[in-house]
Design a protein around this ligand. Sequence first.
Ligand SMILES: Nc1ncnc2c1ncn2[C@@H]1O[C@H](COP(=O)(O)OP(=O)(O)O)[C@@H](O)[C@H]1O
Ligand SMILES: [Mg+2]
Length: 285
Amino acid sequence: MPAPERIPTGSLTAVELLAKGELTVRGRIREASNAVLYCTVAYEGESARCVYKPVAGERPLWDFPDGTLAQREVAAYEVGAALGWDLVPPTVLRDGPYGEGMVQLWIEPLAESTADAAQDGDPGAGGLLALVDGEEPGEGWKAVGLADVGEGRTALLVHADDERLRRLAVLDAVINNGDRKGGHLLPTEGGRLYGIDHGVTFNVDDKLRTLLWGWAGEPLTEEAVAALTRLAAALAPGEPLATRLAELITAAELDALRGRVAGLLSDGVHRSPSGEWPPIPWPPV
Ligand SMILES: Nc1ncnc2c1ncn2[C@@H]1O[C@H](COP(=O)(O)OP(=O)(O)O)[C@@H](O)[C@H]1O
Ligand SMILES: [Mg+2]
């Protein structure tokens, strides 16, 4: 089977393949907190690997009473695509063997990312995150904050000064991501980086929990400003994106999304933590 990021090869788009293809469940991902099924999808001679998260397998969350996690995952993909960055694997809402759910293209992560990390205590994600002694992040790294590493010791949590992560930090601020941890960063052999697990997003309240605080307060790149400006236009009432999102998140959440985009554009800088400590997801990996 070809590498997933090269699918599709013909005129069929990944979204069409995921939406129209025949979905076959091959296994279940054990460590997931919700039901995450590993599947294949096949349509008109094309096939791909994917994940299927049926709504019926979602654990309810008190602070996300409206809609479903699956809808939020699709909305996150739509917003990412509108920014023009393809940071979220193609994701659709569709019916499947266990009812409606989200179906997302499978991304084969770099082989070393989890194995090596477990051995040397590195927080993982293929060299994108690290814990270092001292208070300076070092060349090529950005500081997140001090982390308790047990036995009364602390270390500085850092992430790579990487343009792909920087775009993801902007996407997370836009979608109000409550769960950007190391395990949700998938770097590929082909040099791409994908973010996954966007169920806890689009709340009207500030829920941003991420490891990617390294650019806090720094000016947005020109590229980010251009992408946000395009997104703001695409979110105007009546535009196709706004109409699709209105079926996935509440009207109040759509307004809050517009507000976050406008806020980033008027501030011109990356989000900073609102309190003294940067809110990071737990566990961070
Ligand atoms: N699109 C994907 N490509 C590759 N692996 C994935 C994908 N989606 C999920 N996974 C794998 O499944 C695990 C659980 O999925 P995740 O989206 O984190 O579910 P949960 O909502 O239960 O936390 C991930 O940590 C990752 O290893
Ligand atoms: Mg997860």
